[in-house]
Design a protein around this ligand. Structure first.
Ligand SMILES: Nc1nc2c(c(=O)[nH]1)N[C@H]1C(S)=C(S)[C@@H](COP(=O)(O)O)O[C@H]1N2
Ligand SMILES: [Mo]
Length: 516
């Protein structure tokens, strides 16, 4: 084995391992597309249109796999060259690998944007390569020291064969193990995805926003939030992929009898369905962490009744499969408001990110105290005895959602024509309902806008107000009035510990001429 060949082999094997490690990181962190596939897809996009179309038509379904194979071969060759260069031209070698990493990074960022989830796998891959090549160097040097017949330092050092091969074996093994684990993680996830796609839950219906719920002002937030646009908040780095066939909900603690329910047992109880607006306590005034969906599930009160909560209990500590917890007032899960163990969202089984196969939805409470995704355990207990994930971190134990409202149009900084201007947005107090929305232009008197139908007391409402504006800068504010007559406070408070308060305001400018 010539030493340059040995180093090229080391480079290629290490490259494979580096890619396998980054694939593993990517699937654990659940990036939708792996770095390799992302590079292949960017390559497709960069190919001149006609060539790409031809290739796709010619090769049909083969085009994408072939492209991936091509990328693998090209990257493998680059790693081999980098390996061959490593002992003598270290900077060039590292530069080559850095270029490969940068291309991968560029491709992933183009697809998915920047974030730890996107960039970390590639960083880990690059680190793996450097680390393993350093190991080869140490082995080669040690063998070299032991062999006095080593050539002059200007020549490529002949790595000691056995140690070098052993290192190659170890690095290769790490690569194979990472690759196999990555496949396994992906396989599990896509098996659950496939199961979810094929799942037909009896009693789940599809519903679109009632006509009367829509105010029809361009730019206002859609009344019904599509699943893909629904905000997501969770502490889990890898979204749990739970097979409904193995999922169970255990109800225990201060109960007359402990019960364990399977997925089939839950859904065979018969589903109820409702529009409910969910919101996050971390939402700033005017923020986006809110969504409204058509949920299907089983009433939490019915499930709890199966276990029979004992006197003195006032809370349910909910735990998710990934170990997150929230403590929910027992009365909120058993009163008339319609809390449910939801299994479907907008007519589809819950998306994995939103808690598949089951999550809690409780109208009127912020998500962190109630909306446990991937829920597997309900411990009936007392607030005095437990703390949950966020209450351990200084957020309030009880957190009913606050009366709030948001301006969606005009956008901040927008330039409009003088004359009539329509301001519009959404307002909410799930659990109670919104009766009126008022706006104030430039600090003037509050005037009522018009409301679309609120549909239910648990949903947000679209509103609009028609104003006359003169030239120059303007500020418009909004406040809501609840069905109970509460007027939304203008006192500005941060989300911590129990939700932000204050009026949302938007500044815009009115001009005489149409802006260019
Ligand atoms: N398992 C689990 N469930 C969770 C959370 C979490 O971190 N882990 N976050 C909660 C918070 S803070 C909110 S606001 C809602 C968000 O639900 P969504 O992601 O479906 O919009 O989920 C709640 N349920
Ligand atoms: Mo939240």
């Amino acid at each position: 084995m010539t030493s340059t060949r040995a180093w090229a082999a080391a480079g290629a094997v290490t490259g494979g391992t580096a890619i396998a490690v980054s694939q593993l990181a990517a699937s654990v962190l659940s990036v939708r597309e792996s770095p390799l596939v992302a590079v292949a897809e960017v390559a497709t996009r960069a190919t001149p249109g006609i060539v790409a179309t031809e290739a796709v038509e010619l090769l049909a379904g083969l085009a994408k796999p072939l492209l991936v194979v091509g990328v693998v071969l090209a990257v493998g060759a680059l790693f081999a060259v980098a390996g061959a260069l490593w002992p003598q031209r270290r900077a060039l070698s590292v530069g080559l690998v850095a270029t490969v990493a940068a291309v991968g990074l560029g491709a992933v960022v183009l697809r998915n944007g920047t974030g730890a989830t996107e960039t970390l796998p590639i960083g880990l891959g690059a680190a793996t390569w450097l680390l393993a090549m350093t190991a080869f160097t140490v082995v080669a040097r040690r063998q070299g020291d032991a062999t006095p017949a080593i050539p002059a330092p200007s020549a490529t050092p002949a790595p000691g064969r056995r140690g070098f091969l052993a290192t190659l074996g170890v690095v290769g093994l790490v690569g194979v193990c990472s690759g196999v684990t990555a496949r396994w993680v992906e396989g599990g996830k896509s098996a659950v995805q496939d199961m979810r796609r094929l799942l037909r839950i009896p009693g789940v219906t599809q519903r679109s926003a009632p006509r009367r719920a829509r105010i029809d002002v361009p730019g206002v937030t859609p009344w019904q939030t599509p699943n893909d646009d629904f905000y997501r908040v969770h502490t889990a780095i890898a979204v749990p992929a739970i097979d409904p066939a193995t999922w169970k909900l255990r109800i225990h603690g201060m109960v007359e009898r402990e019960v364990v329910l399977t997925y089939d047992e839950v859904i065979s109880r018969g589903l109820v369905e409702a529009w409910v607006t969910l919101g996050c306590v971390s939402n700033e005034v005017g923020g986006p962490l809110l969504g409204n969906a058509w949920w299907s599930g089983v009433p939490t009160r019915d499930l709890l009744a199966l276990a029979g909560p004992a006197a003195g209990a006032d809370a349910v500590l909910q735990t998710s499969e990934d170990g997150w917890t929230c403590s929910t007032p027992l009365d909120a899960l058993t009163d008339e408001r319609g809390g449910m163990l939801a299994v479907a969202m907008n007519g589809e089984p819950l998306p994995l990110e939103h808690g598949f196969p089951a999550r809690t939805v409780v109208p009127g409470l912020y998500g962190y105290t109630s909306a446990c995704k991937w829920v597997v355990d309900w411990e009936v207990t007392r607030f005095a005895d437990v703390e949950a994930y966020w209450t351990q971190r200084d957020w309030a134990e009880r957190a009913p959602m606050r009366l709030s409202s948001r301006i969606d149009v005009p956008l901040a900084g927008e330039e409009l024509l003088v004359g009539p201007v329509t301001v519009a947005g959404v307002a909410w107090l799930p659990g109670t309902g919104v009766a009126d929305v008022q706006v104030s232009l430039d600090g003037g008197a509050w005037t009522s806008g018009r409301l679309a139908a609120p549909v239910t007391r648990n949903t947000w409402v679209q509103w609009a107000a028609d104003l006359e504006v003169g030239p120059g800068p303007h500020t418009v504010r909004v406040r809501a009035v609840s069905d109970d007559g509460e007027v939304q406070t203008g006192v500005r408070r941060d989300p911590l510990p129990d939700g932000a308060t204050g009026w949302h305001e938007v500044e815009f400018t009115a001009v005489e001429e149409a802006p260019l």
